[in-house]
Design a protein around this ligand. Structure first.
Ligand code: AFP
Length: 355
C-alpha cells in the first residue's frame, strides 16, 4: 500500500489540532473531499451515467447549466446539509446564499464554491474541477450576504479538485499548499504532493488568445513580447497553453510554473473580467500564494480586494511570482504614462494598438 504516505484525514488532524475551530475545519475539509469523491465518480461515468449535456436552465451568470453543474452543486449542498459544520453557502449555480439549518450544532463556517469549473469541457471529455473557499460564519445569528463579503486574506481554507486522468484534491489552510491523489480502490485521498511550490520564473503563459484585440495595452505588450520570444526583450521563447478549465490551467502552473491570465477586456466593458472573485480568483490566489506564487488583477493583489457582490467578477493574473510582478509593472507604467513603450513610433508600428 502507500508506503510512508499519509491520508487526507491524518494529515488534517496533524495540521489542525490547535483549537475546536481547527478540528471542525479539518472535519469540514473531509466532508468536502467526500463530495469531491462523489463528483469524481459521476464525471468518470460520462455518457454511460447520463451526466453529459445541458439543461434548459441558466445560472445567475446567464450561462446554460450542464447536468453535471447542477449534480455537482447538489452533491456539495447535501454534504454541507448533513455535516452540521456550515451555516450557509454561496455557489456559482445559486443566485442567492443558501442557509443550512445546522440542527443542534451551529455551523461555524461559510462555504463558497464553484461546483464544476470548466463545465463547457465536460461533453468533450477534457479535465474539469471544483473550487472551494471556507470562511468563518457569524456567531449566534443566521448568516447574511455581508458575512460572505470578506477579503480573500481572511479565508480559513481554500482549494480545488481536478477530475483528470487521476482525481486530485489540492488545499491550503494557510500552512502551505498540499496535493492528494484519490486511490479509487480504497476511496482514500493520499498525500502525494506535500508543500507544493510554484517556480518563480516560467516560459509558459495561459490566455485565451482569441480575445487579443480586446485586451488592455499592458496585457497586449506582455503577450506580444512572449510571442516574439528570442527576437524581443524576453530573450527566450515561450510556450502557450489554454485548457479553458481554470482548475486544470492553475494545476499545471502549480506543478511546473506559468502564468494564467483572464484580463478585463473591451468585449463586454460592463464586466470587470470573466472569472468570479469569491469562488474562483480568491481560492486560487490563496492556493498559489501559499505555494510561493502571486495572484493579481494586474493592478492590485486579489486577496486584498474588498468584495462588493458574491458573484463579482475580477481580472485575473495568477502564477509564477516574477511573471505576475512583470505584468503588474506593465500595468503601472501604462496607467502612470511613464513608459514610452506605449507611445514610441517603433512600438506603434509593431504594436497591436495601431488604429
Ligand atoms: P465554464 O465553467 O463555463 O466552462 O467556464 C470556465 C471558466 O470559468 C474557467 O474555468 C476558464 O479558465 C474560462 O472560463 C474559460 O473561458 P473561455 O471559454 O472564454 O476561454
Amino acid at each position: 500500500m502507500h508506503q510512508g504516505r499519509t491520508t487526507l484525514s491524518k494529515f488534517l488532524i496533524q495540521q489542525l489540532k490547535g483549537s475546536s475551530e481547527q478540528s471542525d475545519l479539518a472535519a469540514l475539509l473531509v466532508d468536502i473531499a467526500a463530495a469531491v469523491k462523489a463528483i469524481s465518480a459521476m464525471t468518470a461515468k460520462g455518457e454511460l451515467g447520463g451526466v453529459l449535456g445541458s439543461l434548459d436552465s441558466t445560472n445567475v451568470q446567464g450561462e446554460t447549466q450542464k447536468k453535471l453543474d447542477v449534480m455537482s452543486d447538489t452533491a456539495f449542498i447535501n454534504t454541507f446539509a448533513m455535516g452540521g459544520l456550515v451555516a450557509g453557502l454561496a455557489s456559482e449555480e445559486n443566485d442567492d446564499i443558501v442557509e443550512i439549518d445546522p440542527g443542534e450544532g451551529a455551523g461555524r463556517f461559510l462555504a463558497v464554491f464553484d461546483p464544476l469549473d470548466g463545465s463547457s469541457n465536460i461533453d468533450v471529455n477534457v479535465s474539469v474541477g471544483s473550487i472551494f473557499s471556507v470562511l468563518r460564519a457569524p456567531e449566534g445569528r443566521k448568516p447574511e450576504v455581508s458575512d460572505f463579503l470578506v477579503i480573500g486574506r481572511q479565508q480559513l481554507a481554500a482549494g480545488y479538485a481536478i477530475y483528470g486522468p487521476s482525481t486530485m484534491f489540492v488545499l491550503t489552510v494557510g500552512k502551505g499548499t498540499h496535493g492528494f491523489t484519490l486511490d479509487r480502490e480504497v476511496g482514500n485521498f493520499i498525500l502525494t504532493h506535500p508543500h507544493m511550490q510554484v517556480p518563480a520564473d516560467t516560459s509558459e503563459f495561459a490566455i485565451n488568445a482569441s480575445n487579443e484585440r480586446f485586451w488592455e495595452p499592458p496585457v497586449q505588450r506582455y503577450v506580444v513580447e512572449c510571442k516574439n520570444g528570442k527576437t524581443d526583450v524576453r530573450g527566450r521563447d515561450f510556450n502557450m497553453r489554454w485548457i479553458a478549465s481554470m482548475v486544470a490551467d492553475i494545476h499545471r502552473i502549480l506543478m511546473r510554473g506559468g502564468v494564467f491570465m483572464y484580463p478585463r477586456d473591451t468585449k463586454d466593458p460592463s464586466k470587470a473580467g470573466r472569472l468570479r472573485l469569491m469562488y474562483e480568483a480568491n481560492p486560487m490566489s490563496m492556493v498559489i500564494e501559499q505555494a510561493g506564487g502571486l495572484g493579481s488583477t494586474g493592478r492590485e493583489r486579489i486577496l486584498d480586494i474588498e468584495p462588493g457582490d458574491i458573484h463579482q467578477r475580477v481580472p485575473v493574473v495568477i502564477g509564477s511570482r516574477n511573471e505576475v510582478e512583470r505584468i503588474e509593472k506593465y500595468h503601472h507604467e501604462y496607467d502612470s504614462g511613464t513608459d514610452e513603450k506605449y507611445t514610441s513610433p517603433l512600438f506603434q508600428e509593431r504594436s497591436l494598438y495601431a488604429n
